[in-house]
Design a protein around this ligand. Structure first.
Ligand code: FAD
Length: 394
């Protein structure tokens, strides 16, 4: 159901464009159900892997409708850039989430009641019809409509009284579009942590309406969503400048699953060698793994054709050593790689950079102009960020 190649993603974009204008503004909150959705694009797994970029999608919508009519669609695409920039400039939010998760994972092992409620929720056995259907849909398709995500998260937190971090981790394992920034910060937003004191309450009548009557929502839902105690603000960390690539140096390219449009990367030097990780890392659910790996294969094939180079596949499980070998075999002075935002690929690249530096090889991340323009405006609220959208798509 979700494009895993650039060609399929561009075809999906093309087919969706007629509905990306005023129709999107009017109908994007309606969820016709799996396999029947026509009011949203279903492009998020492809955008997540950058088979198509936010820039391409937003600009195509503006070209088709003009900015005024495409404003809502473009704003939604820009939410992704905003969340990514926000986490990039407030990295403590990610670390806090990871620390909480480690604590909660061990609580799940000790607290039988928490473990039982968690198991009921993730396997769709709560007796709340919409929630149970979404729990199954998430695991069976790797996707949920935005309204389903908001209501699932709200019911998880305020009706089932489960910690938001466990819900975010469950989404992250299953969503084909799982993005550390969009996912974690959206869960924080529903929980009332992202916009301090503002929570999102799931309401039965809204769920009935936006699901076009697919759900009755007879089971009682929480009628209040009290905000959590305020947490200390995460410090704003200005974007660190990236090391500059040397246009004269002997250059290799390394591809990973964070950005798979090598043909539109801002490459300052022509590469003599091409490598790519052989698979997505971490512990994703099977569908997510399959989608990410298919996207990776497509990206590598296009990179090979674009650069005219035979790709080498480096094992994810032993990347450091394999990368050193790749650099040595081709006598590389630098390896260019798409910039990876927070996290876990970014940490991996930082470790790789340190290992390669010991061999006198530079690992140089390439940040797209879109990210470089968007991220510095994302440290505060979306309202301020919104002001730069015309400049971004201009
Ligand atoms: C709790 C929760 C968790 C979420 N987790 C993720 C996630 O891990 N990855 C992810 O990409 N989105 C996430 N979202 C945002 C949103 O739900 C999905 O991007 C959207 O449902 C994808 O469907 P679509 O491609 O049909 O969207 P469309 O409506 O067609 O929108 C076009 C594109 O804009 C972007 N977009 C749209 N809405 C949002 C939004 N609210 N926030 C950020 N980007 C948006 C996506 O890239 C999407 O493909 C989450 C939302 C919530 C409430």
């Amino acid at each position: 159901m979700f494009p895993a190649t650039r060609a399929a993603a561009l075809a999906r974009l093309e087919a969706f464009l007629p509905r990306a204008g005023r129709a999107y503004a009017e109908r994007r909150n309606l969820d016709e159900g799996p396999g029947r959705r026509t009011d949203v694009s279903g492009l998020s797994p492809a955008i997540r892997r950058r088979l198509v970029t936010e820039e391409e999608v937003a600009k195509a919508a503006v070209a088709a409708h003009g900015l005024a009519a495409a404003e809502k669609f473009v704003a939604e695409v820009c939410w992704r850039s905003y969340w990514r920039g926000h986490l990039e400039t407030r990295p403590a939010l990610w670390q806090r989430y990871r620390d909480d998760l480690a604590r909660l994972d061990s609580a799940l092992g000790r607290d039988a009641s928490l473990a039982a409620r968690f198991a009921e929720a993730v396997s769709g056995r709560t007796g709340i019809d919409c929630f149970d259907a979404w729990a199954h849909e998430l695991v069976e398709t790797g996707y949920l409509h935005n309204h389903a995500r908001m209501n699932f998260a709200s019911i998880w937190i305020f009706t089932l009284r489960l910690p938001w971090q466990l819900g975010a981790a469950h989404f992250f394992r299953h969503l084909l579009d799982a993005c550390p920034a969009s996912n974690t910060l959206s869960w924080r937003w529903v929980a009332g942590l992202q916009t301090a004191g503002k929570t999102y309450l799931a309401r039965p009548e809204i769920i009935r309406k936006t699901s076009l009557g697919r759900f009755r929502v007879d089971a009682p839902l929480a009628t209040a969503a009290p905000p959590p105690p305020p947490e200390p603000p995460a410090p704003l960390v200005p974007l660190a400048p990236l090391p500059a690539a040397d246009p004269e140096a002997r250059t290799g390219v390394f591809l990973h699953t964070e950005d798979l449009s090598p043909e539109t990367l801002p490459l300052p030097a022509h590469p003599v060698a091409l490598a790519a990780v052989d698979a997505i890392g971490g512990d994703p659910a099977e569908l997510k793994r399959a989608h990410a790996n298919a996207a990776l294969e497509d990206g590598v094939a296009r990179a090979a054709a674009h650069f005219g180079l035979e790709p080498e596949r480096l094992p994810e499980a032993a990347l450091e050593e394999a990368m050193r070998g790749f650099a040595a075999r081709h006598r590389l002075a630098q390896i260019l790689t798409p910039f990876a935002p927070v996290d876990p690929v970014a940490s991996r690249l930082a470790r790789l950079a340190a290992t390669l530096a010991g061999d006198g090889v530079r690992l140089v991340p390439l940040r797209r102009a879109w990210d470089a323009r968007a991220f510095p405006h994302a440290g505060r609220g979306f309202f301020a960020f919104r002001q730069v959208i015309p400049e971004l798509v201009g």
